[in-house]
Write a protein that binds this ligand. Structure first.
Ligand SMILES: O=C(O)COP(=O)(O)O
Ligand SMILES: [Mg+2]
Length: 229
């Protein structure tokens, strides 16, 4: 057996490793209801996730009647977060094959990271509630490095590499925030077609597209061999 081509595999959270749409949608709709707005349907919420909670709320407000004044938005964001924290793992779980895929990576000695635009404490809380904290050598959130460093900037992925002490890394994501960050960090990105894709998966400009997590290990072997890593 030839050696596996990657030492580090980083995963995006929302819409990549976990289907968080139900719980995010419920939290957003809770905040919108406080502003007298009608709930947004899941297929609409799906198009709003990727840039973190502030963008999620802003975009939700914009498309449901417009933005209220700044202080009110802050209050609504606090309400959204409080609701989400209390209900973070009600409907959330792996996409099909996710857990077996993590087992397959672990069996190959790969270090696995979670790198998300979600707030770090929410990502940590979600892993804890799902009983998965031990599986990741690091959890990095959109606020971990402070303002202006979230994806599509490369900084979170640079930190992922630093915390592993270097190595051959690849990222797995579902939106242009992910492919943009990976490109800027100089690492390949595998796109999952089952996430909250903000463009056609084939147009997100990743190194490969997968339709199921069963395809990840063979895909990494293929693109690693192609890149000569
Ligand atoms: O919460 C978001 O909007 C984005 O989170 P993600 O980076 O894990 O997709
Ligand atoms: Mg995502």
């Amino acid at each position: 057996m030839t050696e596996f081509p990657y030492d580090i595999v980083g995963f995006d959270l929302d819409g990549t490793l976990f289907d968080t749409l139900g719980d995010l949608g419920n939290a957003l709709n809770h905040a919108l209801a406080l502003e007298g707005r009608a709930p947004l349907a899941r297929p609409v919420v799906r198009t709003l996730v990727g840039g973190g909670v502030r963008k999620l709320l802003h975009r939700g407000l914009e498309i449901s009647g417009g933005l209220p004044e700044a202080g009110r938005i802050e209050d609504l964001q606090a309400a959204l977060l409080a609701f989400y924290e209390a209900n973070i793992a009600r409907e959330t779980g792996f996409y099909p094959g996710g857990e077996a895929m993590l087992d397959a990576l672990a069996a190959r000695g790969v270090k696995v990271a979670l790198v998300t635009n979600k707030l770090e404490r929410l990502a940590v809380q979600l892993l804890r509630e799902l009983g998965l904290s031990e599986r990741f050598y690091t959890v990095i959130g959109g606020d971990t490095l402070g303002p202006g460093k979230a994806k599509p900037q490369p900084d979170l992925l640079d930190l992922m590499l630093d915390r592993a002490g270097g190595g051959r890394a690849v990222y797995v994501g579902d939106t242009s925030f992910d492919t943009g960050a990976a490109r800027a960090a100089g690492i390949p990105c595998v796109v999952v077609s089952f996430g909250f894709n903000d463009a056609l998966p084939s147009e997100l400009d990743g190194a490969a597209v997968i339709d199921h997590f069963d395809e990840l290990v063979p895909t990494l072997e293929r693109i690693g061999a192609r890149a000569g890593v």
